[in-house]
Design a protein around this ligand. Sequence first.
Ligand SMILES: Cc1cc2nc3c(=O)[nH]c(=O)nc-3n(C[C@H](O)[C@H](O)[C@H](O)COP(=O)(O)OP(=O)(O)OC[C@H]3O[C@@H](n4cnc5c(N)ncnc54)[C@H](O)[C@@H]3O)c2cc1C
Length: 382
Amino acid sequence: MSDKHVVIVGGGFGGAAAAQTARKLLGASHNVTLIDRKKRTYLCGSLPWLVVGQREPLKVSRSLGALTQRGVNYVQAEVEAIDISTRRVKTNSGEYPFDYLVIATGAVYDWDAVPGSAQAHSFYNIETARKLRDALRRFKRGRIAIAVSGLPYKCPPAPFEMAFLMEDALVQRGIRKGVEIDVFTPEPTPLGVAGPDAPTSLRTLLERRGIGLHAGEQISSVAPNAGEIGFASGKRERYDLVVTIPVHRSARQVREAGLVNDSGWIPVNAKTLETRQKGIYAIGDATTISMANGKPMPKAGVFASAGGEVVAHNIAADVNGSSLEEFTGEGYCFIGYTSEKAAMVKGIFLSEGKPDVAYLSPSVRWHRGKERFEADWRRWRV
Ligand SMILES: Cc1cc2nc3c(=O)[nH]c(=O)nc-3n(C[C@H](O)[C@H](O)[C@H](O)COP(=O)(O)OP(=O)(O)OC[C@H]3O[C@@H](n4cnc5c(N)ncnc54)[C@H](O)[C@@H]3O)c2cc1C
């Protein structure tokens, strides 16, 4: 058997899981190469904690160089093109031929999709989360608006988690009375993806904490100098601090490789995660997978890493003749509620008939679960 080249593009949640699992399952003569433009990756689920001053950047990051000690050939480079016909990945530091390719490029943010929103705050990457933390520290009174710019976006509960944690931080600083917090989202039923109880429970929790919810509102502009946001409905709202969740798109390189469908994301076989091209797999945020109710599966790190493990097993099955694995869409997500409590959403998102997902109310137990998840991620167990 000739040596095989497994190339993984992207070292986030999905790519790191695929690389580590492939390395464990394949003999040493086979190459496992992971290419990412970055040296460090950040645990996005911990960014809301960072915004409210409960984490420092180093504690929520890991260095991709550590993969080298685990037998993975990590290459820091920009992938410029994926050539399907010649089966090569072209980077700014050379070309990488592959027998098997795993695309784990995640989502990129289009900060200009909503005019003016590039000047707004955000917390969807480390740079914006740090700036928002500084702005929140300086904030004394007024209105905070958190607005979702478009669907789909990563981790559907994150805007609400951010609102809950900001509210908690303002209470602890003794300035809550002078602050209004409002969340705007184009979704008519926020958190509908998290099971039948989640939307009502979310509304109850937001009401209890005095956080306004404006569902079905599509943001169309931000006027930073005027302190005003506009909506497709014609509504205009004033704000003192605006936080947007940017429009998400797939990476240019996967679009140019002809791998995406009309949704703008990569369609895959829901069980094997193989694209329409043999031996080319896609996992995580870069993909689109329909659930039994016709809606797309949410974009979340737990699915990306589970997908990474599944494709590594399936590549190993092809190489070694070992058994295949199926992606089930089983996963969970914590929703920070205060500095001591978190809620949780958990289930099998690709179960037949309809997603089998449950919402579990805020408790200390789920907060500890979120802390454990963070610790496991830093030790490369996730
Ligand atoms: C605020 C926030 C909170 C979240 N909370 C949770 C949570 O609690 N639980 C959960 O499960 N998920 C959560 N998520 C979602 C989770 O972070 C993502 O779903 C997950 O990171 C997706 O993993 P991925 O591997 O598909 O992509 P990513 O982790 O985004 O990795 C993609 C990688 O590809 C690299 N890349 C892309 N294009 C190129 C190129 N051309 N050349 C070189 N490298 C390239 C990038 O540098 C990046 O490192 C949250 C997200 C946010 C923003």
